[in-house]
Design a protein around this ligand. Structure first.
Ligand code: ADP
Length: 444
């Protein structure tokens, strides 16, 4: 299809030539005007014929365009070229789509595409296996009728969920599924579902193992500690050469006791079902109690308290208490004895915020992302010297996650740190009418 075409000017020249021939022949016969008309009719007839062929070809496109003369040939070939490109693009898209569908269909993860009215448009074989969604039988069915878990319904309501949803099994033999949503096109959604039962079991085994070991170690440790206490008070061991090692042994057993206590607590709160915090908790009162306890334990330290909110949050009182006290104890541990620690409970931008500010050693920025990992310490020997277990912030982080609270850490090396937990407000002290919905009990 590589013809050379006459330009538009050339085509017009042909028309003009035909008209001139008409006029010339007409003049010879003494009828120049009629000759011009005949020439005009011939040009029009030619164009009408080409138009008719073009129309027929476009209505029933055959492989090759009709032969055309001049600009008509150009037009036919141009349309033909466009058609061919179009066909090739379509074929490419179709094969890409087939390829994509084949790969999605052969995946072990379930993939379900729903339209903007939440009806199923397509799903792969694994969707049948994991969710009981069959394609094409279930095409057009509302997806929320087929995936019935309330947690999935809540997740599906979110516009752009920033993290996948994991639904843990509630009965033995049930699968643990992880859902991920992405939106594309005009509000269509792709639901990816992965079977993470194996990962869930491993996590559970690890949790149980840590919990059991910590529990088993507590009894022998209590016995050892008891004997050390006794030996420290036996007159034969009053000498410094006995008292020094006994004091060290005592110190280490206390450290181990604290470690086991934190490990047990962490494994306990990990196994408590997450996001099932339904008790309205009066945090102002809880913060007051926690500060009073710590003022008694750290009598030589200044702990300033500001309470400027009567917000109640949905939570677990014991877990919140452990998070608050861990943060306050850290602030006391990592600042000098003459420096006060500020504890605040107030509201900021529609959320209730618990914060602890110290004027202590601070933390270099590079440590911040890893600070809440278990046993991560900036300065291991310092932390051990002052009785840290390395689990405090891991506990705080876990409590934050299970309460859908946000933990923020702001710190400047040598200047001090501020740790803040921001919560959704569920109700206010005055009314105690829950803003959040769901089953609620009051705990204070
Ligand atoms: P630890 O029991 O060692 O204090 P945490 O999990 O509570 O363990 O804290 C992890 C590490 O974070 C600590 O070892 C310490 O280096 C650092 N850290 C925590 N809180 C503070 C703080 N308020 N100021 C400075 N460093 C802190």
């Amino acid at each position: 299809m590589n013809r050379r075409y006459p330009s538009l000017l050339y085509v017009f020249r042909w028309a003009v030539f035909t008209l001139l021939v008409g006029v010339a022949v007409g003049s010879l016969l003494g009828l120049p005007l009629e000759g011009l008309c005949v020439g005009l009719v011939l040009v029009l007839l030619h164009w009408a014929r080409q138009l008719h062929r073009a129309q027929r070809w476009i209505a029933e496109p055959s492989e090759e365009p009709p032969e055309g003369f001049g600009v008509w040939g150009q037009l036919f070939d141009g349309i033909y070229l466009l058609q061919r490109r179009n066909r090739e693009d379509r074929q490419r898209l179709e094969s890409a789509l087939d390829y994509l569908q084949d790969s999605l269909a052969s995946m072990r993860d379930a993939a379900v595409i729903v339209d903007r009215r939440h009806n199923i448009a397509w799903s792969n074989d694994s969707a049948d296996f994991l969710l009981g969604i069959k394609f094409p039988e279930d095409r057009g069915q509302p997806v929320l009728n087929l995936i019935r878990q309330p947690k999935f319904h809540q997740y599906f309501e979110l516009d752009a969920p920033d993290a996948p949803l994991r639904i843990d099994p509630t009965t033995e033999g049930e699968r643990c599924l992880q859902f991920e949503l992405s939106t594309f096109g005009e509000g269509d959604r792709l639901i990816f579902v992965r079977d993470v039962t194996q990962q869930y079991r491993l996590e559970q085994m690890r949790r149980d193992f840590v919990g059991n070991v910590s529990h088993e170690l507590r009894t022998p440790l209590t016995v050892i500690k008891g004997y050390i206490d006794t030996l420290q008070n036996v007159p034969q061991f009053e000498e410094a050469r006995f008292q020094r090692p006994l004091a060290q042994m005592n110190e280490q057993t206390v450290r181990m006791e604290n470690l086991l206590k934190d490990l047990l607590w962490l494994s306990r709160i990990e196994s408590a079902e997450t996001l099932r915090k339904t008790a309205l908790t009066d945090v102002a009162q809880l913060v007051g109690e926690t500060v009073n306890e710590l003022r008694a334990a750290y009598a030589d330290r200044d702990i300033w308290l500001t309470v400027d909110s009567g917000a109640l949050v949905l939570g677990d009182r014991q877990e919140l208490h452990s998070a608050f006290s861990n943060l306050i104890i850290n602030a006391l541990k990592y600042s000098d004895a003459d420096q006060p620690v500020d504890v605040r409970w107030l509201e900021h931008e529609g959320r209730a915020v618990f914060s602890v500010l110290d004027r202590g050693i601070g933390i270099a920025k590079r440590h911040l992302p890893r600070l809440t990992e278990r046993f991560y310490r900036v300065d291991k020997s310092r932390s051990q010297r002052i009785g840290g277990t390395g689990l405090g912030l891991a506990i705080v982080k876990h409590v934050a996650t299970s309460h859908q609270a946000e933990l923020t850490i702001d710190s400047e090396l040598g200047q001090g740190s501020e740790f803040a937990l921001s919560f959704e407000i569920a109700a206010r002290e005055a009314d105690e009418v829950p803003i959040a919905s769901g089953p609620i009990s009051i705990s204070s």
